[in-house]
Design a protein around this ligand. Structure first.
Ligand SMILES: Nc1ncnc2c1ncn2[C@@H]1O[C@H](COP(=O)(O)OP(=O)(O)OP(=O)(O)O)[C@@H](O)[C@H]1O
Ligand SMILES: [Mg+2]
Length: 275
């Protein structure tokens, strides 16, 4: 087992002693992890290891039975998902959560509207009367930037339901980025994406995230993707972190090879019941 320091002076996120039990299943058994600002961390682990549970606890979708989560030094353990999003932690889902009957552009406009109402797009500084024109201009600029950064321009007027899987994933992540989060958690950004497409998609996503300066955690089953994009890897097994450190070292760790790499495979989308 190799476990690097679970705490970091520059941690933007700090989980302490998180526990979550589902009946007899330990989905989180005393997890303590600190995440450095602007770092890119990969979460690996076989099916059922507790990766999504960890993401769900950080983002407020699940409450830990015990333990605490701090964001920027503030205790967010008991906050709602919406309150956590407003503070600056966003996520994408294992199965993209899109409005299928709306176009790509409309999906982004809905997200921009929500972010604007939450005050996440910066203060409105215009004199009264000009405010709505300025808001429209800002919205158009933000829309154009997102379409461009996430390579969605060609799909602008397509309905979300007809998008190829890789584009669905990109749109889902783009929607999470609309609110300009400080921290972004991605649950399997390449699941369902063909192996030929996955590096192109990850290159695009990671470039966009680096441009925005966002601390990133991503859950991933593909070890090639993990070793190429993560600066640090957390390996989960049975609700515990069994290894933590540089990708090269973690992927060579005996326990990781035994319990994760050999067993790790992505179940087909839809075979999973937990978001
Ligand atoms: N809401 C829930 N109710 C009951 N059991 C749950 C729930 N969420 C997760 N579990 C169980 O907790 C364990 C961890 O699940 P989790 O979804 O976190 O795994 P994972 O590492 O994300 O797996 P995968 O790679 O398949 O997505 C599994 O045994 C799962 O069945
Ligand atoms: Mg999962």
């Amino acid at each position: 087992m190799s476990t690097a320091s679970s705490r970091s002076a520059a941690a933007v996120l700090q989980a302490r002693n998180l526990r979550k039990q589902f009946g007899a299943v330990t989905a989180a058994g005393d997890i303590s992890v600190g995440i450095e600002r602007l770092s890119v961390t990969g979460l690996i682990g076989s099916n059922g290891a507790g990766k999504t549970t960890f993401v769900n606890m950080i983002t407020g979708y699940l409450k830990p039975d015990s333990g605490t989560i701090e964001f920027d030094g503030r205790d967010i353990t008991t906050l709602t998902p919406r309150a956590i999003t407003r503070l600056g932690i966003a996520r994408s889902f294992q199965i993209p959560q899109l409005y299928d009957a709306l176009s790509v552009e409309e999906n982004i406009l809905v997200a921009l509207g929500t972010a604007a109402r939450n005050g996440q797009l910066g203060p409105a500084t215009a004199p009264r009367g000009q405010a709505s024109r300025l808001a429209r201009q800002q919205e158009e600029q933000a829309l154009a930037q997102i379409l461009s950064q996430f390579q969605l321009r060609d799909y602008r007027v397509r309905l979300a339901r007809v998008l190829p899987q890789g584009v669905r994933k990109a749109l889902d992540i783009a929607l999470a980025m609309v609110a300009r989060p400080q921290v972004l958690l991605l649950d399997e950004p390449t699941s369902g994406v063909s192996s030929e497409e996955k590096f192109a998609i990850m290159d695009m996503i990671m470039t966009a995230l680096a441009q925005q300066g966002v601390t990133t955690l991503f859950v991933e089953h593909d070890m090639e993707v993990v070793s190429r994009y993560a600066q640090r890897v957390l390996a989960f097994y049975d609700g515990r972190v069994i290894a933590d450190g540089e990708p090269k070292r973690v992927l060579q760790d005996d326990d990781v090879r035994r319990y994760v790499v050999g067993m790790s495979h992505a179940a087909p989308a839809g075979a999973r019941s937990h978001a």
